[in-house]
Design a protein around this ligand. Structure first.
Ligand SMILES: Cc1cc2nc3c(=O)[nH]c(=O)nc-3n(C[C@H](O)[C@H](O)[C@H](O)COP(=O)(O)OP(=O)(O)OC[C@H]3O[C@@H](n4cnc5c(N)ncnc54)[C@H](O)[C@@H]3O)c2cc1C
Length: 403
């Protein structure tokens, strides 16, 4: 198989880039190792910046027909003090909310629209294992597709294969590890009439719980100290239920829904960034270039923004067969600042809020951080986290047209 662009990974970054390039007349193959888009929770937050991109593509009305739930505020509780942290209702965009939508619906939507273009191929169960190189340049990949080895040759290979990227490892790109003090145990609790309609974060000494309203259930993140999952598991489900009831007394009536520790799924958290996102013939974007912490729920959206920037810069050179290394460097140059600034904010919050909270002993006192107190005195300041979370740093706009 020979295409102009071979994209490894059918996550948010890969599917959006595949769709945009095919729409612009570039022949594309997206290779996804799973058989479908269904998998453990990886973030279902479609932020205003992504909704804007979908709007620019003329697909917003169709997109909003998919089942979703709107969130326009984020509240927190530190110890006994309840505070408002972000309010999206003032953003200068059409959709002033986060659309909570299962990620598989979002990816299936992009796949369905991609397939409308003859230049778009999506290969499922295609596990990329090697890069093909010639004359110091990446010129394709070797993948296991339904049990057989297949070679796909391309002018450009894009690694959009997430935090454990095979492409970046095989290319030998150097990674700066910024680190994270926490891991997350995910679980669900039923949503009941009268529950608050917002995203909530509860910070207490030794424990943090974040709850995302999914309409008929709550997606809950029990944040634990890095590497402590086995200890939490050994302490047993009763201890987890008691902690949740203490953090959110209103939910004590349903913690029995957690029957065993198997109802909690561990997702490890990491923050890192490639020093150089490309080498001749290949480029990394999304988590493969800069693995994001779940803080702010911005990872999907920054991956989408990378895809928009990459297609703006690369579509014409790829289509016209004149791709240069300088085009790949231009993508990194465009997206490095947003990735670096967002990760710096995540690391700041990890160090100032998450780590001290987790280091406390159960029952100890947690203070409202000064910056959050300021937001209560001056509500206009709540627009800043809303802007950063909702729109990101340097929002991208679709500059390509249907080819
Ligand atoms: C606990 C946790 C919670 C999070 N919550 C949120 C949230 O609420 N909101 C948010 O915006 N972000 C969240 N994130 C971050 C978010 O998941 C990522 O930033 C985002 O998914 C990155 O998108 P991506 O397309 O770059 O990579 P991914 O979404 O990781 O997609 C990579 C794709 O590549 C495929 N793949 C991998 N290797 C290969 C291979 N060798 N061959 C073929 N295919 C391959 C994978 O199957 C996958 O489909 C969270 C992260 C964590 C750890």
């Amino acid at each position: 198989m020979k295409v102009q662009c071979c994209i490894v990974g059918g996550g948010p970054a890969g599917m959006m880039l595949g769709f945009l390039l095919a729409r612009a007349g570039v022949t594309v193959a997206v290779l996804e190792k799973h058989a479908d888009f269904l998998r453990d929770f990886r973030g279902d937050t479609v932020h205003p910046s992504t909704l804007n991109v979908i709007d620019e593509l003329g697909l917003l009305d169709d997109f909003l027909k998919l089942p979703h739930h709107k969130i326009s505020r984020f509240a927190g509780q530190f110890g006994d003090t309840r505070v408002q942290i972000a309010d999206f209702s003032h953003l200068p965009v059409r959709c002033r909310y986060i659309a909570m939508m299962p990620q598989w619906d979002f990816l299936a939507f992009l796949a369905a629209h991609g397939r409308q273009y003859p230049d778009f191929a999506l290969l499922m169960q295609a596990d990329v294992q090697e890069l093909i190189e010639a004359d110091g340049r990446v010129c394709g990949v070797r993948a296991m597709v339904s049990g057989a080895t297949v070679e796909i040759h391309a002018d450009l290979v894009v690694g959009a294969d997430g935090r454990h990227s095979t492409v970046r490892a095989k290319a030998g790109l150097e990674v700066d590890v910024l680190g994270a003090p926490m891991d997350v145990l995910w679980f669900r609790l039923a949503h009941k009439a009268g529950d608050p309609e917002e995203m909530m974060g509860r910070f207490d000494a030794g424990s943090i719980l974040v709850m995302l309203d999914r309409g008929d259930y709550w997606q809950c993140a029990y944040v634990i100290a890095k590497g402590s999952a086995e200890k939490v598991r050994a302490a047993g489900i009763e201890k987890v239920r008691a902690t949740i009831s203490r953090l959110m007394p209103a939910f004590a009536d349903r913690v029995g829904e957690l029957r065993t520790m198997d109802d909690l799924k561990l997702l490890t958290v990491g923050v890192d960034r490639l020093k150089q996102w490309w080498k001749p013939g290949m480029l990394c974007i999304g988590d493969a270039a800069h693995t994001m912490s779940p803080i702010g729920g911005v990872g999907i959206n920054i991956a989408i923004q990378d895809a928009v920037a990459a297609s703006n810069i690369l579509a014409a050179p790829l289509r016209e067969g004149r791709l240069e290394d300088s085009d790949l460097a231009a993508v990194q140059e465009r997206r490095l600042f947003p990735a670096r600034a967002t990760q710096a904010a995540q690391v700041f919050l990890q160090d100032r809020i998450i780590a001290p909270s987790l280091a406390g002993t159960d029952g100890g006192k947690v203070e409202v951080p000064f910056i959050v107190r300021l937001m209560q005195w001056f509500p206009v300041l709540r627009r800043l986290p809303a802007r950063l979370m909702g729109m990101g740093v340097r929002p991208e706009h679709v500059r390509t047209s249907p080819g």
